[in-house]
Design a protein around this ligand. Sequence first.
Ligand code: NI
Length: 252
Amino acid sequence: MYFDTHAHYDDRAFDNDRDELLSSLPSKGVELVVLPGCDVSSSMHALQIAERYDYIYAAAGIHPGELAGFKSGDIEKIRCMASQEKCVAIGEIGLDYYWDDSRKAEQKELFINQLELALELDLPVIIHDREAHADTMEILFRYPMLRGVLHCFSGSKEMAQELLKRGWYLGFDGPVTYKNAKKALEVLEICPLDRILIETDSPYLSPVPMRGKRNDSGNLSYVAAKIAEIKGYTAEDVARISKENGKRLFNI
Ligand code: NI
């Protein structure tokens, strides 16, 4: 019943028990998962995993945090992977001024190149925006035909309103269950349920009460329960509607 729209099962944290875990998730109510890539090799790994499991899909892209390893020719490789049947989006791509704000121009160029690739291939995008809200919005709003999700949305209520007005989806993860989640909860209050995606960002961002442990899609129930509480729905409604949202966005 759950659609985890953002998990990194190519991560080393799953090297010891990946197949065991991925074989067990459907029995825990996990119906669909999208694995975004962070560079060429992780996108390739995500796609290989997606090819082995019916319920798993992949996205291909270069994360702003991987700029240092970026080589000319990588975009062509992303294009090639993105045309595979199990690849449903370009991502995760975006801007991250938290880890490195010294190469903003290069981050923007890489971001824009991949947004244009998504438009060309008619694929949605999975956006990573950390401490780069103004530049992210300015760039996204240049492309009114783009569609996608702001993954682990960390912007303000006002930013959310601008994005919602233009058809964007917002992704929510474990942090909505944290004590300091005030801003995310304010955004959830104004975000209609039909524009919410739920994610884990596994192996990161485990929700309370699993915080500090390795995350996996089986923990999506805690995220759904918190959203249900804020929105005044049942957790089942949140799971079902967010799954439909994800299927609509990723054309699954
Ligand atoms: Ni991620």
